[in-house]
Design a protein around this ligand. Structure first.
Ligand code: SAM
Length: 225
C-alpha cells in the first residue's frame, strides 16, 4: 500500500485535474490518485530506464494505461502542451534537485496552477525558487515516517515575500510549530551545536599548537643567551 508520505503528497492534488508526477519511479502516486478518482489523467515521468520500465509495468498491471502515460524524459520535459497538465508533483528528491528540475524547463509549467513538492532535504531551495518565479506557498505539511522527517510544500501562482526564517523553515510550518517540526529543528540545532563544539576544540588545539611553538622558540632564545 502507499506510504503515509506519498498519501500526504497525494492529498494535495486538486480534484479532477491532470497531474504530472516527475521522478515517479513505480508510478505509485499517479496510480493511487486515479484509483481514488481524485485526478482524471496523469503523466508519470522518469529519466532512468529501470524505474521507467517498472512504472510502465505497474500502470499496465493496474489496468490504467488509458489514464496514465509513462514517459522516459528528463524532468519537466515529460510534459507536452497537449497533455493539459494542471498539477505537477515531484517527491522524494533533494530540494536543490527539485528546484533545478523546475528551473530547467520553466515554459513547461505554462498551464500548471499548482506544484506539490516533497523534498527530502533543503526545502529552502524550493522556497527561494518559488519566490523568484512568482509562486507562493499555499500549504505546507510535515510528517515523520520510519524515523525520517519529510516536508511537503504546495505552490500556486502569486507574489508573496517571506522573511529569512520563513524561507528556511517554512512560513506555514513555522506558524503551526507542530511536535514533528520542533523535533526536526531540535535535531538541526543539535547538529549545529556539535559542529560548534568540534570547531571550538580544533580552534583550541590550533591555538595550543601555536602557543607550544611560541613557548619552545622563546625557550631556545633564552637558553642560547
Ligand atoms: N517520487 C517517488 C517517491 O517519492 O517515492 C520516487 C522517488 S525516487 C527516490 C526519485 C526518482 O526520481 C528516481 O526514480 C529517479 O530516477 C527520478 N529522477 C531523478 N532525477 C530526475 C529527473 N531529472 N527527471 C525525472 N526523474 C528523475
Amino acid at each position: 500500500n502507499l506510504s503515509e508520505r506519498l498519501r500526504l503528497v497525494a492529498s494535495f492534488a486538486e480534484q479532477g485535474t491532470v497531474l504530472a508526477d516527475i521522478g515517479s519511479d513505480h508510478a505509485y502516486l499517479p496510480c493511487w490518485l486515479i484509483q481514488k478518482g481524485q485526478i482524471s489523467r496523469a503523466i508519470a515521468g522518469e529519466v532512468v530506464k529501470g524505474p521507467f520500465e517498472s512504472a510502465k509495468r505497474n500502470v499496465a498491471k493496474e489496468g490504467l494505461t488509458d489514464k496514465i502515460i509513462v514517459r522516459l524524459a528528463n524532468g519537466l520535459q515529460a510534459i507536452l502542451p497537449e497533455d493539459g497538465v494542471e498539477n505537477v508533483s515531484i517527491a522524494g528528491m533533494g530540494g536543490s534537485l527539485i528546484a533545478t528540475i523546475l528551473e530547467n524547463d520553466l515554459e513547461r509549467l505554462s498551464g500548471v496552477n499548482r506544484i506539490i513538492v516533497q523534498p527530502n532535504i533543503h526545502a529552502k531551495a524550493i522556497r527561494d525558487w518559488a519566490v523568484s518565479h512568482s509562486w507562493k506557498i499555499v500549504n505546507e505539511a510535515i510528517l515523520k515516517e520510519d524515523h525520517k522527517i519529510y516536508e511537503i510544500l504546495v505552490l500556486e501562482r502569486g507574489e508573496e515575500s517571506y522573511n529569512p526564517e520563513e524561507l528556511l523553515m517554512g512560513p506555514i510550518l513555522l506558524k503551526e510549530c507542530s511536535p514533528v517540526f520542533q523535533e526536526k529543528w531540535q535535531g538541526e540545532l543539535n547538529e549545529i551545536e556539535r559542529v560548534i563544539q568540534v570547531l571550538t576544540h580544533s580552534a583550541q588545539s590550533e591555538e595550543a599548537k601555536a602557543k607550544r611553538q611560541q613557548l619552545s622558540a622563546t625557550k631556545e632564545l633564552i637558553e642560547r643567551g
